[in-house]
Every structure is written in C-alpha cells, then in structure tokens.
Design a protein around this ligand. Structure first.
Ligand code: PLP
Length: 393
C-alpha cells in the first residue's frame, strides 16, 4: 500500500530523466512528452539555460523570506509588467494561489474604493481555477466541491459565453468577472474573442474588474505571451503559473496600478512566494520566451500541429469529433472515451492529458520542433487506427 493519499489516478509510469520534448523511464524507453506536466515544463526537460540558472542560484542563496528585498523578484516583476498590461505583481507558488490572490485583489479593490459590498465574482460553467476552498467554489464543479462543507460564498456561475446572461446576474454586489481565455481542464474550449471584447466593455461600463485565469494559457502557450492578447483586450487582474517556472513552482498575480495599490502592507503574503531560487528560474524562463522569434516559433509549430490534426480528424472521424485550441494548447474531442485514446498513445510512447468534455489535451513543450510535431501526428494516426480496429473486433 502506498503511503500517499489516494487523491490521484496514476498511470503507473515513472520517469528517470528528461531531455527536451522526451522523457525516459528506468529501462531507457522513450516517451514523447505532449503533456509537459500539464503545461508546466514549457521549455522541455533539462533546458540548459534553466539548469544553469538553478545551479548558479543554488550556490548563492535559496530563500530569505519577503521580510527582505529580493532583487530577482523585483526584476521578474518588472519584466512581467513591461511585457503585459500589468503595473504590479504578487508572487505565489501555484496556480490556485495565483487565482486566490486575484480574488482577494478584486474584493480589496472595491473595499478600498468605498464599496465593500461588492465582493461577488461571475464565473463560468466548466471552469477550473484550482483546488483551494475558494478556487473550487469559483470553479463550481460538483465533483470538486462534494464533501468539503459549505462552498466559499461570492461566486455566481453562468453557462456559456452569453453577454446578456452576464448582464442578468450583475448586482450591486458584483465585483468582477473571472474566466480562462481558453478553458483548459474544461476541454480546451476557446472563449470567442468577440465575447472577451464585449465582456471588457461591459466591465468598463459597470465598474467591474475583468480577471483572467491564464494559469494554463499563459507564458507563450498559445503563441502570444498571454492568450488574451489575441482578442486585443487587457484584464485588470491576471493569474499566471504553470509554465512561468518551467517546472519550478512559481505563480503570479498581475494587476493594474488601480487594483494593486489596494493591497497595502499586511493584506496578503506568502512564505515561499517569490523566493530567490524560484525567481532565478522564472527570470531564466522569460529570457527564452521573450527572446525575439520565440513566440513566432510557438505559433508556427501550433499551426503545423493544427493542420495535421485536422487531417487526422478527417481521416478518423469515428474517433475524433473535433479539434480545438490555439498554438500549442490543443485538444481532440473524442467519440470513444478520451482515456482510451490517452492509453493508446501512451502504449505508443506518447504522453497526453485527458480533460473535461471527453477531450485529449496536447500540450507539447514550446521548444518542440517540426520532427517532433510530425512524430506526434504519426503516433495519433496509429493510435486512431488501432482504436478503430479494436472497435471492429
Ligand atoms: C492548473 C490550473 C490552475 C491550478 O493550478 P495549481 O498550480 O494546480 O494550483 C488554475 N487555473 C487554471 C486555468 C489551471 O489550468
């Protein structure tokens, strides 16, 4: 019996090392990693620049606490602000903490502006924002809430991307709207750009804050630094994590100056958040992601993958119902159970991630090349053929 809480349905695979887009088990068997630890190892495994940054910082100082100045935290914060809408950043250790900080910022903003009654956030069915008590309430999924007592209050969930439905639930207590520009866990569902633009306009009109959860879609994943850039809008608050540390736990809550100035000393904090080791790696990730041409590479690889997937979906319409997503955040909605395709791919040496709505997520590292994309497509094709043969037999 394992000593660990049985919270995960593990595949039983273990890995001894990784290199670029590949993982290797103890026997040396190779796996093409199109899961990236669920969009975390954005620069692949053992990226030399990240390994060097981590090693170098490890010789100097790992941790000091936010009681003291942390130069690399200032630097990473400034770089994130320079590259986005944001003026202020708070560092955390995970996606859920980044969303939690975002929720607190939204409430505190209205409190600081004389409207403490405005604390409610509008959220969306099928959303995923993490596993803390507040973020499971924000996600609103019964399977995540069950057995954990009364959900944290202050979340009003709507179905679909319908601006009239949003207007209907806005009350004097509404503080803002929280959503993922592409729903990851929910099945790689893209929010229409038009809806995001209408939402931005509505928030401006009603004095509400637009909060984006870019924990999965951010840091280059879609071919822009953050996915909302495609819709040519900016949020007031944004949660980032996953790819931001390239595999080292780093989360961040980014805000405008108007929101950020409400978070005065004592309003929020984290022991580990933004520690020197994490910040050294975060800065190294940005060195690569913000290098001229890198995001274009992601967009190009994404296009290549999308085109090939479209061909595979045409060929195997009994297996694949729909191709979704953007850049290197792609999803295959399946006709048979998605876990069957995940297993068939795993048997053929390729790692993917199931998602809601019967989707298989493809999340290659952003450094993936043409050959690896082509290998992935051949593997998916072979898995679909095998699944069809299995159904026939
Ligand atoms: C993964 C994820 C989270 C939670 O991140 P953790 O690091 O697991 O806490 C929150 N929001 C989105 C959109 C995610 O994909």
């Amino acid at each position: 019996m394992s000593a660990l809480l049985p919270t995960y349905a593990r595949s039983g695979l273990t890995f001894a090392r990784g290199e670029g887009a590949f993982l290797f088990d103890e026997t040396g068997a190779r796996y093409l990693d199109f899961s990236s630890g669920i969009a975390v190892t954005a620069l692949g495994h053992a990226h030399p620049h990240l390994v060097a940054a981590l090693n170098e910082q490890a010789q100097k100082v790992w941790h000091v606490s936010n009681l003291y100045g942390i130069p690399d935290q200032e630097r990473l914060g400034q770089r994130l602000c320079d590259a986005t809408f944001a003026d202020r950043v708070f560092f955390a250790n995970s996606g859920a903490e980044a969303v939690e900080a975002s929720i607190k910022c939204a409430r505190r903003y209205h409190f600081a502006n004389g409207a403490p009654e405005r604390f409610r956030l509008i959220t969306f069915e099928g959303a995923f924002h993490g596993r803390t008590l507040a973020t499971i309430a924000a996600g609103g999924q019964a399977k995540h809430l069950e057995g954990f007592g009364p959900p944290v209050g202050g979340f009003d969930q709507v179905a679909g991307f319908d601006i009239d439905a949003i207007e209907e639930v806005i009350s004097d207590e509404t503080a803002g709207v929280l959503l993922e520009p592409i729903m990851g866990e929910g099945g790689m569902r893209e929010v229409p750009y038009r809806f995001l633009q209408d939402l931005r306009a509505l928030c401006d009109e009603k004095g509400l804050l637009l909060i984006l959860d870019e924990v999965q879609s951010g840091v280059g994943r879609t071919g822009r630094f953050y996915a909302h850039e495609w819709a040519e809008i900016t949020p007031d608050i944004m949660a980032s994590a996953k790819g931001l540390g390239g595999g080292f736990p780093v989360g961040a809550c980014l805000t405008t100056e108007a929101v950020g100035q409400a978070m005065v000393p004592g309003t929020h904090g984290s022991t580990f958040g933004g520690n020197p080791l994490a910040m050294a790696v975060g800065n190294a990730v940005l060195d690569v992601v913000l290098e001229p041409g890198f995001l274009e590479h992601v967009a190009q690889m994404g296009l290549r993958l999308k085109q090939q997937l479209a061909g595979i979906a045409d060929e195997h319409s009994e297996i694949i119902a729909e191709v979704r997503g953007q850049g290197l955040m792609m999803g295959l909605q399946c006709k048979p159970e998605n876990t069957k395709l995940v297993a068939a791919l795993r048997e053929r040496g390729m790692l993917t991630v199931p998602a809601g709505d019967n989707v298989v997520r493809l999340l290659p590292p952003l450094i993936v090349d043409e050959e690896e994309i082509d290998l992935a497509s051949r593997t998916i094709d072979a898995a679909c053929i095998a699944l069809k043969a299995g159904d026939a037999g």
